[in-house]
Each structure stands twice: as structure tokens, then as C-alpha cells.
Ligand binder design. Structure first.
Ligand code: ADP
Ligand code: MG
Length: 579
């Protein structure tokens, strides 16, 4: 339990002043509660010898006063400590999100979104329960025990021993059940992650599910997951269900022992009737902490298990991080050099010892079969990943010596798969450039060949784009992504098959428009259309992650390799279409 707290001590430390105040209220509340039985004893012993209404009222007044004090501090204890647990939850959630934003793309390739969502919601809540109610009741219970036992021992140590007799058994039960609860809860949270992932994937892939008539299959699968989740929960309830009655039974037995032994003590006048009643009152007071103990152990174990799951996220380090002393980028010319760059995925090599220099201001086209490593090659430039061997340089500086954010500011990247946010089109184009004016957004849209499409929408630039851009056609989405890249006014523009969803004519028109805007900038263009790439200063052909041909359109056509083949095929197609 304390190990799990260690990892959140920064947060606890941050709120130390408030926590101290809350714990102060807790102590006062517990002390007021512990004094009550003493007053009861004094009342019984005094009144049974000499009864008087004034005395009775005085004792009654005392008790009411104590109850009021106790209630007041209990209120503050809860407000302060639960409030702090919410503050910590807030901090933790912010830190978690910040961390998630910083993690590199490869992390999201490994981990399911639903799993992350489950940790960020369900587990975070369990941690808050541990830090708020968990810590509060844990301290409260321990202190109540301590006070009651100290007072009982001073009155009659034999009776006190009887009263605490179940303590070792309680500890054993707490340890045993605590472990079991922890293990089961861990499994439950893992299953909840599975369920969340399933839901998330089904929502994201809703069109696929419909198109392949998988609704029933998905339902069945989900039902199965859901059922085992419930079964696992019932297993947890079964064990925590045994735990509480067990504690209560132990308490009951103690009551019995105290009644029997204490009753005898009273009859033989070893202790006063008042002391006996006091003992019984303490026992009564201790019932709640005993029961609470079971609940608190539950909370702490769940919180611990959840914290471990959250810590697993925190322990992930971004594989692509800023160096300690990044080289400042002052004036970027835009020369890119791949120097013996290789990229190996677990599944195999995607780039194999590629050496290639792209001069500042040049337009270089990359062609090749699907899977030949084109996307991998261009992904190295904004450091979506790093080469596993060799290096990539910008103006002669190794990219790993630059701050990634600084580097990316100079790159307009249009990935093969576009992603649009559920915002307006204008908002999507201006993504990342908060200062963009309306005129700038319009110009970018015009250059990307998107303006006339947008103007045909009833709401124009204020049209809401559904999540992932579902309300736009594939070509419109791609052009939105291009407009977004241009708006940044980058030194380097990378188009990864960015016009695959528009027809050849539109593509040519857009590229012509872009040519003016991109003059003097470095452009890397991936496409499978010869008509698109023929204008490039240089064409590079990739095959199995290696550069197999490079040169101008004319060079490559006369070389008679892959590119010449491609060119001939597409020329034939064009001629056939023209007929
Ligand atoms: P292209 O863009 O030319 O179609 P890619 O660069 O996308 O090719 O892929 C090159 C090879 O690397 C392919 O065999 C592909 O399966 C593999 N690959 C690409 N991305 C990943 C990834 N994130 N994890 C593992 N393998 C990958
Ligand atoms: Mg690709």
C-alpha cells in the first residue's frame, strides 16, 4: 500500500499545506469522538452515586458539545481532503495527457487507444479514490484505534487486551484479502481496457463493420468480453463480500468476550459500571473503523493496481526526444541528406542503406511499388521515427541534434493517410497556426485546389467536418491536408501520395498552382503517376528499401528500368482513355 503511495508523493507533497490542515481536522474530530465515552463513564459513575438534574444536564451538554465539535471537524476533514484528491486528480490527468501528447508515434502503434482511454478514466478514478477517501479513512481508522486502545489500557489493561485480541487476526485477514483483491482488480481493469478498445475500434470502424455485415459477430464477441468482465467482477465481490462479514464476526466475538469478562469485573467491583459502559461504547466506536478497514483496504489495493497501470504509461519515454543542447535552427536552407539511412521494423527492413541528397529548393519525386519504403523514407524527415542505422541531415546538421518541434516548424507534411479533426474546415486548415488570418486560409485553400469545393458548401469555410473528415470526399480531405501544410509556409514540403484520391487532371492543376508557391522550397513528392513526377528535378525509384534508379524523367526513361516501364504503361493507359 505504501509503495503505491510513493509514486504519487510529488502530488501529495504539492498539497502538503492543505493535507496538513485536513489531517488536523481529522485529528480533532477523532479526539472529540474518543473523549465521548470518557464523559459517558463520568456521567454514569457520578449520577449513579448522586443523581441531580443539574448534573445530568451538564453531562448532556458536554456530550452534545462534543458531538457538535466532532461533526464540525468531520465536515472540514471531508471537504478539505476530498477536495485535494480532486486537485491531484486534475494534476495527474493533465500530466498524463501532456505525457501522451509527447509520446512518439511508435507508442500508438503498439498500444490500443481504448486501453489508454481506460487508464486515463477508470484507473485515474481509482487512484483518486485511493488518495482521497482511501488515505482519509485509513488515517481516521488508525487514529481511532490508537486513541481507543490507549484510553482502554489506562482504565483496565486486561479488558483492553480482550478488546484488541482480534487485531492480529484482522491484520492477517487484511493482508490475505488485500492481495487477492489487488490481483483480481488488476485483472478487472485489464479486461475493462479490452472492452474499451473493442468499443473504440467498433466506433472508429463503424463503416467496415456495416460493410462486412459484422454487427452480429461483433455483438457476440462483445457480449463474451462483457460477460467475462462481469464474471471477474463477481469474483472480486465474492472475496470482498467475505472480507467484511469476517471482520464483523471478529468484532462480535470481541464484544462477547468483553461482555463476559467485563460483566464479571463489574459484579466483583473491580471496575465501575461507568468504565464498563465506556468499554462497550469504545467497542461500538471501533465497529465502524473495522468495517471501514475492509473498505479502505479495498480502495487502497484498487488504487495501487490502477496506479501501476497509469505508471506504465508514464514510464514510456518518447523515443524521439529533444537533445539536451539542441543546435538552434537559424536560417533553414532546406537541404536534406540521407546518409546510409536504414530503418528496421520488427517485421523487417523497410529502408536499406539509403544515401540520397536533396538540394535546397529542389523538387524530388519518389516512386516505387507499395511497400518499397517511400513513406518510411519521408517519415524520417519530420522525425516521425529515427533511422535505426545511419542518419538524416538538414543543412548538414544531424536531425537528432535538433529540437523536433523546431525542425517540424519548417516542414509541411501531408501524410498518406489524412486526419481531420472534428472542427470547421477553416479550423482544420489552420491547424497548428493559430495566428492564421482568413485571407491566409483562403489562399492556402486556393493553392490546394480546395477553394471552389468549399465555396459550394452552404456554410463555406465554417462547415463542420465530421470526426476523421467523414463528411468530405477522399480528395477533399487530401486537399484540406495539403492546404494545412502550405499554410505553415514551410521551407520543406512533403507530399506522401497526397493526391492519390483526385483525378489526374485535378492533380496536375493543383501541382501547377503549388509550383509557384513552392518555388525555392524543397519538395519531396511521392506519387505513382508519371504525369505528376515527370516535372521533378530528380526522380528516385525505391525498391525493397533501396534506391535502384535516380535521375530526370528523360534519364530514367532511356535507362529502361522500373520507371521506364511505369511510364510506358501509363502512357498507354492515357492513350486508351483518349480513344
Ligand atoms: P510505401 O510507402 O512505399 O508503400 P512503407 O514505407 O509504408 O512503404 O512501408 C515499407 C515497409 O515497411 C512495408 O513492408 C511495411 O509493411 C513496413 N512498415 C511500414 N510501417 C510500419 C510500421 N509502423 N511497423 C512495421 N512495419 C511497417
Ligand atoms: Mg506509403
Amino acid at each position: 500500500m505504501w509503495e503505491s503511495l510513493r509514486t504519487v508523493r510529488v502530488y501529495l507533497w504539492r498539497y502538503r499545506a492543505g493535507l496538513a490542515l485536513g489531517l488536523g481536522a481529522l485529528v480533532l474530530k477523532d479526539v472529540a469522538g474518543a473523549v465521548q465515552p470518557l464523559v459517558i463513564r463520568a456521567a454514569i459513575d457520578t449520577l449513579s452515586h448522586a443523581f441531580g438534574l443539574a448534573r445530568l444536564l451538564r453531562f448532556a451538554g458536554f456530550l452534545v458539545g462534543l458531538a457538535a465539535i466532532k461533526g464540525l471537524f468531520q465536515y472540514w476533514m471531508r471537504v478539505i481532503i476530498i477536495g485535494i484528491s480532486r486537485d491531484i486528480e486534475y494534476d495527474l490527468r493533465n500530466d498524463l495527457f501532456r505525457h501522451l501528447v509527447e509520446l512518439s508515434p511508435d507508442y500508438y502503434g503498439r498500444v490500443r487507444t481504448g486501453d489508454i482511454m481506460a487508464r486515463a478514466t477508470n484507473d485515474l478514478n481509482a487512484v483518486r479514490m485511493m488518495l482521497g477517501p482511501g488515505i482519509m479513512y485509513w488515517t481516521e481508522t488508525s487514529l481511532t484505534f490508537l486513541l481507543a486502545i490507549v484510553i482502554m489500557v489506562t482504565v483496565d489493561w486486561r479488558l483492553a487486551v480482550l478488546a484488541v485480541l482480534p487485531a492480529p487476526l484482522v491484520s492477517l485477514a487484511v493482508i490475505f484479502f488485500g492481495r487477492a483483491i489487488h490481483a483480481r482488480f488488476e485483472r478487472i481493469q485489464a479486461m475493462f481496457s479490452d472492452i474499451s478498445s473493442r468499443v473504440q475500434e467498433n466506433l472508429a470502424g463503424v463503416r467496415m463493420v456495416r460493410a462486412f455485415v459484422q454487427e452480429q459477430a461483433e455483438l457476440r464477441h462483445f457480449e463474451k468480453l462483457n460477460r467475462s468482465y462481469i464474471a471477474e467482477n463477481i469474483r472480486l465481490v465474492r472475496i470482498s463480500g467475505v472480507f467484511q462479514p469476517l471482520l464483523e464476526a471478529l468484532i462480535g466475538l470481541t464484544f462477547l468476550a468483553v461482555l463476559w469478562y467485563g460483566g464479571g469485573q463489574v459484579l466483583t467491583h473491580r471496575i465501575s459500571l461507568g468504565s464498563f459502559v465506556m468499554f462497550n461504547t469504545y467497542m461500538g466506536i471501533l465497529v465502524w473503523p473495522m468495517i471501514a478497514l475492509g473498505w479502505v483496504v479495498n480502495l487502497m489495493q484498487r488504487g495501487g493496481a490502477s496506479l501501476e497501470r497509469i505508471n506504465q504509461i508514464f514510464q514510456e519515454k518518447p523515443t524521439i526526444a529533444a537533445p539536451l543542447h539542441p543546435v538552434p535552427l537559424i536560417r533553414v536552407r532546406g537541404e536534406i541528406e540521407f546518409r546510409n539511412a536504414s530503418v528496421a521494423y520488427p517485421s523487417g527492413r523497410a529502408l536499406d542503406d539509403v544515401s540520397l541528397t536533396i538540394e535546397a529548393g529542389a523538387t524530388v519525386a519518389v516512386v516505387g511499388h507499395t511497400g518499397s519504403g517511400k513513406s518510411t523514407l519521408v517519415g524520417l524527415v519530420p522525425r516521425l521515427m529515427d533511422p535505426t542505422a545511419g542518419c538524416v541531415l538538414l543543412d548538414g546538421i544531424d536531425l537528432r541534434d535538433l529540437a523536433p518541434a523546431e525542425l517540424r516548424r519548417h516542414i509541411g507534411f501531408v501524410p498518406q493517410e489524412t486526419f481531420l479533426f472534428s472542427a470547421t474546415i477553416a479550423g482544420n486548415v489552420a491547424f497548428g497556426v493559430e495566428s492564421a488570418t482568413e485571407a491566409e486560409i483562403r489562399r492556402a485553400a486556393e493553392l490546394a485546389g480546395l477553394a471552389s469545393d468549399i465555396e459550394s458548401f452552404p456554410k463555406g469555410y465554417e462547415t463542420m467536418v465530421g470526426e476523421r473528415g467523414i463528411t468530405l470526399s477522399g480528395g477533399q480531405k487530401q486537399r484540406t491536408a495539403i492546404a494545412r501544410a502550405i499554410l505553415r509556409n514551410p521551407r520543406i514540403l512533403i507530399l506522401d501520395d497526397a493526391l492519390s484520391s483526385v483525378d489526374t487532371l485535378t492533380e496536375e492543376r493543383i501541382l501547377e498552382g503549388l509550383a509557384g508557391a513552392m518555388r525555392g522550397r524543397t519538395v519531396i513528392l511521392i506519387s505513382h503517376r508519371v504525369s505528376t513526377v515527370r516535372q521533378a528535378d530528380r526522380i528516385v525509384v525505391l525498391e525493397h528499401g533501396r534506391v535502384v534508379e535516380q535521375g530526370t524523367h528523360a534519364d530514367l526513361v532511356s535507362a529502361g528500368g522500373y520507371y521506364a516501364d511505369l511510364s510506358q504503361k501509363q502512357m498507354l493507359e492515357e492513350e486508351l482513355e483518349a480513344i
